[in-house]
Structure formats: structure tokens, C-alpha cells
Design a protein around this ligand. Structure first.
Ligand code: SF4
Length: 217
């Protein structure tokens, strides 16, 4: 399995190149982006982030005291904006409760304890928690999304019953825990899913077209 996962990574990395997701110096923006990206395309998140930047409120410190209705209005382009504003406020307040907003302290916590804490915040599920830990905290936890599950199922790496935790465990068991590689790997899955592996697969042009796959595609 290690060879399979490494080979897959290498093929995708060669096809798409470095994805440069969320550089480490913008941790507040990364955390906010991880919530805003739930159930929407990234271009909508970018529009919402631009509005937050223009209003000078894209820091956890400012967002902590920002009125929830004002926050909702600013992030309107990200969709389901009232729900997301509530989730963002809950997350920011949780971070301040936990470590007074000190992200170095937060990300120095034991990863399992931190993840459990994040999962206790309303609206933070496994994908959001892991994205925050990986991209904002450089903690090597693998982020699984719908694209990852679809690609791996179509190529028989996982079976239909496999869910988030099973799939994440597969990557943790068979690859070195490397935050840079995990960050790039997840970004490559997203690129693959967006460009080729939508529900209606475009296998003929896909970099994985020669890999054994579901014959019905
Ligand atoms: S070859 Fe087809 S099934 Fe495999 S990742 Fe590409 S589009 Fe999806």
C-alpha cells in the first residue's frame, strides 16, 4: 500500500506541480478559509476573504469582537453566510478560551487532544479540523475530502464502505508523517477532482488514466 500511495502522489505531483496552498505566515486567514470553504468553491472563499481584508477584519483578534451579523454580511459570497459566521465566531471564541488566541500554544498541544477539541466546536467536522491543523499548524494529519474518496474508490484503493477516518488511517499508516507532503497531496487530490474526477469522470485526459479503475467509467 505504501508503494501505491507514493506512486499516486508522484504521478499527480508530476502532472500538476506544486500547489502552494496556504503559506504558513497567514495562519489566521488559513483558519478562516477552512471554515469558509465548507460546501463551496474556492473562488467564492477568495471573494469573501478579499472583503474581510478590505474591511481590515481578517485577524482572529478583530473577529473575536466583530458583530456576528456584520461578519455574516462580509462573508456573504462564501454562501450559507449566516451559518458560517456563527461557526467562525464559535471557532474564534474557542481559540481564545483555549489559549488566549496564541496559535503557537494551540498548535503545540498534543495533536489528538487538539483535534478532539476542534471537533467539539459547533460546525467543525473532521475535514475542517484536519485542514486547520495541517495548513495552519503544520501538523501532519491527512485531510480527506469527497474527491479523495471518489478517486480512491474508483481505483479500488478503498472500498465503498470506507469513510473519512478509515481513509485517513490508511495514509497515516503507510506514509511518513510529513506536513508538507500531506498538504501537497491533499491539494493534488482537489486539483484532480476539479479537473478530471467529477461525478462524470474525464478519464481519457486524466493523469491516472492508465491505472486500473472501475470499468464502467
Ligand atoms: S482516471 Fe478517471 S476515475 Fe481515475 S482519477 Fe482520472 S477521472 Fe477519476
Amino acid at each position: 500500500m505504501s508503494d501505491t500511495l507514493l506512486h499516486l502522489y508522484e504521478v499527480l505531483d508530476a502532472a500538476f506541480g506544486p500547489q502552494h496552498w496556504w503559506p504558513g505566515e497567514a495562519r489566521d486567514e488559513t483558519i478562516v478559509g477552512a471554515v469558509l470553504t465548507q460546501n463551496t468553491a474556492w473562488r467564492n472563499v477568495e471573494r469573501a476573504i478579499d472583503r474581510l481584508k478590505s474591511a481590515n477584519v481578517l485577524t482572529l483578534e478583530v473577529m473575536r469582537t466583530l458583530d456576528e451579523a456584520d461578519l455574516a454580511e462580509l462573508i456573504r459570497p462564501a454562501g450559507t453566510y449566516r451559518v458560517k459566521a456563527r461557526r467562525l465566531k464559535a471557532l474564534v471564541l474557542w481559540i481564545y478560551d483555549r489559549c488566549d488566541g496564541d496559535l503557537d500554544t494551540l498548535f503545540a498541544e498534543d495533536p489528538a487532544t487538539l483535534r478532539a477539541g476542534l471537533l467539539g466546536v459547533p460546525g467543525v467536522g473532521p475535514e475542517t479540523a484536519d485542514a486547520i491543523m495541517l495548513y495552519a499548524g503544520s501538523i501532519p494529519t491527512f485531510v480527506v475530502d469527497a474527491y479523495t474518496l471518489r478517486v480512491l474508490r474508483r481505483h479500488f484503493v478503498i472500498d465503498d464502505a470506507a469513510r473519512y477516518d478509515d481513509t485517513q488511517a490508511l495514509f497515516h499508516r503507510h506514509l511518513d508523517r510529513d506536513a508538507d507532503m500531506f498538504g501537497q497531496y491533499h491539494a493534488l487530490f482537489v486539483e484532480l477532482g476539479k479537473r478530471f474526477c467529477s461525478p462524470r469522470a474525464a478519464c481519457d485526459a486524466c493523469p491516472l488514466r492508465d491505472w486500473p479503475r472501475d470499468a464502467s467509467l
